[in-house]
Design a protein around this ligand. Structure first.
Ligand SMILES: NC(=O)c1ccc[n+]([C@@H]2O[C@H](COP(=O)([O-])OP(=O)(O)OC[C@H]3O[C@@H](n4cnc5c(N)ncnc54)[C@H](O)[C@@H]3O)[C@@H](O)[C@H]2O)c1
Length: 454
């Protein structure tokens, strides 16, 4: 058994890692190690500390570690005061020293799970983290994966790597999966108030993980296994992807028929049962919805099953930026007798959703790419993103300031993100043509020029 283990001695003198950890959780004498202090790991740490638990945060990015220890935040959606409060409590410390992984009783993994270039799961970060944990694992630790992934990862990847230490899941250490439901920028819910699904490898792991999360999360929902919990996360995100694709398809069809899809949705959602509103847009964005469904697609192949719904939804959503560029060309032609070639176009909002500064996988990048390919002269304005440094755009692109006189020089504006602090009335007054992919100008009374929904 490992050196640093503090195990409870049960009847007969044997050390029981389960009983020892259970006793610690029950008396709230635990430290949680959160590995990966980004959009998921940082709010999780804040929630745990607020719940009275001690957190040791791990990140390979030394600059992030230093900033957090000084009470600063690198995420716009998390205020520095929240981090400062965590530091001031004396229950939080960040570190880049992975040898300290043996200190916490619970290790929660929140590292990225992107897709590779050929759209296959890239578990590099998860594997590296598991390999590092394996070097420091001690009996009586609970390891919980939160990164989004396909069913089977916790067992096939994490357990396999951790058991190379000689310790056994369910006996010496405990393993669980709990999907993250973080929604950056959502002011109605926070980590502590979003119900949390937890599935362990074996009953004891589920029980321990449920007890741990219950210390700082209002409602914990136990699942019968870690595989079920993994499948829950993908189900939620695939549900969104498919429904957004459906409503994007309806937007194109109804648009051709002269019917406003947003008006249709407003009316449809008055049905008190059997309908849930989803809204169209310039395509799918963020690092979850466009990415996660393809984790299941990849895994399903192992079972000889093709995921046709998921693929089709991806196809429709990915076609939206080209649809928006085409709608811009058509509107310039029809309303201003201008070609897109040579036109000055301002893309308004490049974040993947409202009021955040995250442009990862944002469809606005593709809209810009399509407009540029048609020889339009494209600028962008986003109050939250002064510079875009995107490979998809061939490098850096500087945003332009919000200047009413300068706005008048554009032939068209394409609204890709409906940030709440943009003055839509002023935009409609200044630019002769606005292509609105978000219904952001719904409240605008009269525009100087033309507003086209696309
Ligand atoms: N952002 C969201 O809203 C959201 C929501 C639900 C689920 N998720 C999932 O949560 C996971 C994490 O996403 P995120 O958005 O927080 O990512 P992020 O990029 O914001 O943060 C990840 C952090 O992990 C660190 N890191 C990478 N490898 C590491 C390692 N080996 N050891 C220690 N630290 C390491 C990085 O430096 C970074 O600070 C992903 O699987 C994602 O799909 C994200």
């Amino acid at each position: 058994m490992h050196k640093g283990a503090q195990l409870q001695v049960v009847e007969g003198g044997a050390c029981d890692p389960y009983a020892a950890l259970k006793a610690k959780v029950e008396t709230q004498q635990i430290t949680i190690g959160v590995i990966g202090l980004g959009y998921v790991g940082l709010p999780l740490s804040i929630a745990a500390v607020r719940g009275g638990v001690s957190v040791l945060g791990f990140d390979i990015a030394k600059s992030r570690v230093d900033m957090l220890n000084q009470g600063g935040s690198f995420l716009k959606t998390i205020g520095a005061e929240a981090v400062q409060g965590m530091v001031d409590s004396g229950r939080f410390e960040a570190t880049a020293t992975m040898a300290r992984l043996s200190e916490p009783d619970i290790l929660i993994i929140c590292v990225p799970t992107p897709l590779s270039r050929n759209r296959e799961p890239d578990l590099t970060h998860v594997r590296t983290t598991a390999e590092t944990i394996a070097q420091h694992l001690r009996p009586g630790q609970l390891v919980c994966l939160e990164s989004t992934t396909y069913p089977g990862t916790t067992d096939e990847v994490i357990r396999t790597i951790l058991e190379r230490s000689g310790l056994r899941s369910g006996e010496d250490f405990f393993l669980a999966y709990s999907p993250e439901r973080e929604d950056p920028g959502n002011l109605r819910f926070s980590t502590g108030t979003i119900p949390k699904v937890v599935g362990g490898q074996g009953e004891r792991a589920t029980e321990l993980a449920t007890a741990v999360y219950s210390l700082f999360i209002d409602k914990v929902v136990p699942a019968s296994s870690e595989r079920v919990a993994e499948a829950v996360k993908l189900t939620e995100n695939i549900f969104r992807s498919v429904n957004i694709a459906l409503v994007n398809e309806l937007k194109v069809i109804f648009g051709q028929m002269g019917i406003d899809v947003w008006e249709v949705i407003e009316a449809a959602k008055t049905k008190p049962f059997g309908y849930m509103p989803f809204y169209p847009g310039p395509g799918l964005g963020g690092h979850c919805i466009p990415v996660d469904p393809f984790y299941l697609t990849w895994k399903a192949r192992e079972y000889g099953i093709s995921t046709r719904f998921i693929e089709l939804a991806g196809e429709i959503n990915r076609a939206m930026p080209a649809h928006v560029a085409q709608a811009t060309a058509d509107a310039l032609n029809r309303h201003l007798a201008r070609a897109l070639n040579g036109a000055r176009v301002l893309v308004v909002g490049v974040a993947y959703k409202r009021d955040i500064d995250d442009w990862r996988e944002s469809p606005a990048l593709d809209v810009i790419r399509h407009l540029r390919a048609a020889q339009a002269r494209v600028d962008y304005h986003d109050p939250h993103i002064p510079v875009l440094d995107a490979e998809a755009l061939g490098g850096k692109m500087q945003g332009v300031a919000w200047d009413l006189a300068a706005l008048a020089a554009y032939d068209a504006a394409v609204v890709c993100t409906d940030h709440s602090d943009i003055d839509w009335q002023a935009l409609a007054n200044a630019v002769p043509l606005v292509i609105d992919t978000r219904n952001a100008l719904a409240g605008v009374e009269a525009a100087r020029g033309v507003v086209v929904k696309a």
